[in-house]
Each structure stands twice: as C-alpha cells, then as structure tokens.
Design a protein around this ligand. Structure first.
Ligand code: ADP
Ligand code: MG
Length: 379
C-alpha cells in the first residue's frame, strides 16, 4: 500500500498565477498568454496589492515585476519569502534587459528564475510550467519525508511496546521454570502442575499479543481477505458471549444476551466478526469492576443492524474517546483483574468493522459505563 498517494501533477487548469506589474498593459499581455494556455490569473498592480491578494488566496506561482514605484519587486519577494504561508510559492521575476544587474539581488531574495521583457509566449510558458512541476516535486518529497518520519516513529513505538510487553511475561516464565528446575524434587505434583499451567497461560498471552500485532499490520497493509456472506449476527454474538462467560464469572460479572428469537442477518465475515465482538465483550469484562452487568444487544431497523456492548464500568472521558480507536491507546481505564493490555484491540476492531462496510463508535460518560455500538447495513 502506498502511504502517500501521488497527487496529480500540476496542469494549467489547476494552477493559479499571480501577476504583479505596475503597468496595466503588461499584466494584460502576460495575462492573455497564460489564459490562452489554460491558467487562471490573479492580477495586482502594486507590491502592496500583491501582498494583500496572497492573504486571501494562495497562488501556485508568482510572476513579479522587478521595478515598481513604492514597494519594488525585491521587497515584495523578501516579504513573501519571510512568511511561512507564502515561502514555498515559486517567484519568477519579470525584468527589462537594462535591469539585469538587479537580478542578482532578486535571486538572493529567493526568486527561482527570471524572464526578460519582451518575451514570447513559449518562453514564458516553459518557465512557468517548469517551476510549477519543480514545486510539485518538492512538495511531494516533503510529504514523503513527513510520512516516512511518521511511520518511523510508529515503528519505534511499536518496537518499544512489543519489547516492553513481552519482557514481563518472559521474566515470569523464566521465574516459573527456575522454580521447577531448582526445587523440582521438593515440589508436590500439584505445585508442578500449577507452574506448568502458569507457563502455558503466560505463553498464550504472549502468543495473543504477537497475533494482535500481526493482525494490525496485516490490516494496515490491506492484506486482510474477507469473505462476506449474509450471516445471523445473533449466533455470532451468542458464541462470543459464551466464550467470555468464564472470564466474567471469575469476576462475578453477568453477561446478558438480548437478541430475540428471529435471526438478524448482515453481510459480514463471521470469523472476523467474532474477533470484533471478542474484543468488545472482553474489554467490558476487563475494564468493569467485579459484580457488574454487561449487556450484548442486537437491534434491527430498515437500514441497519445495530449491535451494542454495554457495560457498567468506569466509562470514558471525551478526551479518552478521541484516542480510543487509535493504535496503542492505553487510556485511563485499567484492567480490573490483572489482565493484559496492549491498546491495540480497538484499532483492529475499527479496521475490521470498516472493512465489512460497518461503523463502530463509543457512547459514554465518565462514571456511567460505556456502550460500544457496531452498525452494519442490512443486506
Ligand atoms: N469498555 C471499556 N470501558 C472503559 N475503558 C475502555 C473500555 N474498552 C476499552 N477501554 C480503554 O481503551 C483502551 C484501548 O482498548 P483496546 O484497544 O481494546 O486495548 P487493550 O484492551 O489491549 O488495552 C484501554 O486500554 C482502556 O483504557
Ligand atoms: Mg482490548
């Protein structure tokens, strides 16, 4: 997947040129040449007028007369180059042949090129087009650079989190196995079994985490293959609830399934949907205190099938809700039963739901529980 889709190269039709000259007739001549080639023109008959016009609308390129009364082209050029908003707009000076000595200053002030009056249309148009293309190439490079450094930061964060999160279970496994090796003979069979179970559970947790990281990457690269089929969502949600019952029971929580008797069909990939609801229901279990209720609810209307997972946990602040579906979002709510948290689950959920043409969002107020809503169009 290309992170920076190439923007369309500049065409005259998509380009606006600011023409600055104190002689109205010069503007007309230049304006006609450019308009006939398809460019849009923004005229200004003084330096001050030019500076005012760029405040309202940014041109793609500026043709600037060097010699003008009051504020000359050099000063206009300096001011445009000093302003971050206009800094990158290419400026071409229009000069009379006897002004060539001033050009050095113009180029020093940041102009990219000059055209000596009188000039022919091909001469002017070639320079204009060249500098628009150069500007476009520069902008594209800057965007690629920004995108690359963003991706690099994300990679670093990813590595940091993966390393950090894998270190804890690894040292736990090390501890359990050392215990077995050093005290093996004195340990009861029951204790050995207990250690084996702990090692197995810790490995399972690590495997789950690695799977999550791989899923996140696969989805991001557009490599997730979905097979959408009309499927009864009640069965999907019911099966997920069933797998989460032991975890909820361990925290004295009750999961209520509300979906009526009739099937509620949506065009989904059942296996992917299971992952979506596993994440939502397991979050409800993970972030709710013990003894609370969790509701998994399905509703249908003409246009959409709506699935809700509602809990009586801590809820989420507006601030947390903004970050909720981002990667590595470990927010204010912390697991209430020592469970593991990577902050990846909901970012995967969002991508999966959207890949199935659905939407997912959270409705919550701090202290009043959270409701996660997944909505699919009815088939
Ligand atoms: N039902 C919920 N109630 C309160 N906070 C939640 C709930 N679900 C998720 N969160 C918050 O959002 C964060 C991101 O969740 P998620 O992406 O599933 O990652 P993880 O569960 O691995 O931390 C969690 O760390 C938690 O702070
Ligand atoms: Mg989660």
């Amino acid at each position: 997947m290309n992170p920076v889709p190439p923007a369309t190269p500049p065409s005259p039709q998509s380009s606006l040129v600011l023409v600055v000259d104190d002689v109205q007739q010069n503007i007309q001549v230049v304006g006609t040449m450019l308009r006939e080639a398809g460019y849009s023109i923004m005229p200004a008959t003084s330096g001050a007028a030019a500076l005012q016009r760029v405040q309202k609308k940014l041109p793609d390129l500026i043709l600037l007369d060097l010699m003008m009364p009051e504020m000359d082209g050099l000063e206009v050029c300096r001011r445009l180059k000093a302003d971050p908003a206009t800094q990158s707009i290419p400026i071409i000076f229009l000069t009379a042949s006897n002004e060539v000595s001033h050009l050095v200053h113009g180029l020093a002030a940041g102009a990219v090129d000059y055209v000596t009056k009188p000039f022919t249309p091909p001469e002017l148009l070639a320079r204009v087009q060249t500098h628009l293309e150069l500007k476009h190439a520069r902008d594209t490079m800057v965007r690629y650079g920004q995108e690359l450094s963003r991706l690099n930061e994300e990679k670093n964060e990813f590595m940091g989190i993966a390393a950090h999160d894998l270190r804890n279970p690894l040292s736990a496994i090390k501890g359990y196995s050392e215990m077995v090796m050093e005290d093996g003979e004195s340990l009861q069979h029951r204790e050995l079994e207990e250690n084996g179970r702990r090692i197995r559970d810790t490995v399972a947790r690590m495997a789950e985490m690695v799977q999550n990281l791989l899923d996140a990457n696969r989805i991001e690269r557009g490599e997730m293959i979905l097979s959408l089929a009309p499927t009864d969502l009640c069965r999907v949600v019911a099966s997920v609830v069933e797998t989460q019952l032991p975890r909820a029971a361990a925290k004295q929580q009750t999961i209520h399934l509300e979906c009526g008797a009739a099937p509620i069909k949506a065009l989904i990939d059942p296996a992917v949907c299971v992952q979506v609801f596993e994440n939502l229901v397991s979050n409800a279990v993970k972030y709710s205190p013990s003894g609370k209720n969790i509701f998994a609810r399905l509703k249908t209307s003409d246009a959409a099938v709506r699935c809700e997972v509602q809990d009586e946990g801590p809820g989420l602040s507006a601030e947390d809700q903004k970050k909720l579906f981002g990667k590595f979002a470990r927010l204010s709510a912390k697991p209430t039963g020592g469970e593991h948290s990577t902050g990846l689950g909901l970012s995967i959920v969002k991508k999966m739901v959207e890949a199935m043409n659905g939407q997912v969002w959270c409705e919550s107020e701090p202290g009043r529980g959270a409701t996660f809503v997944v909505q699919f169009p009815t088939p």
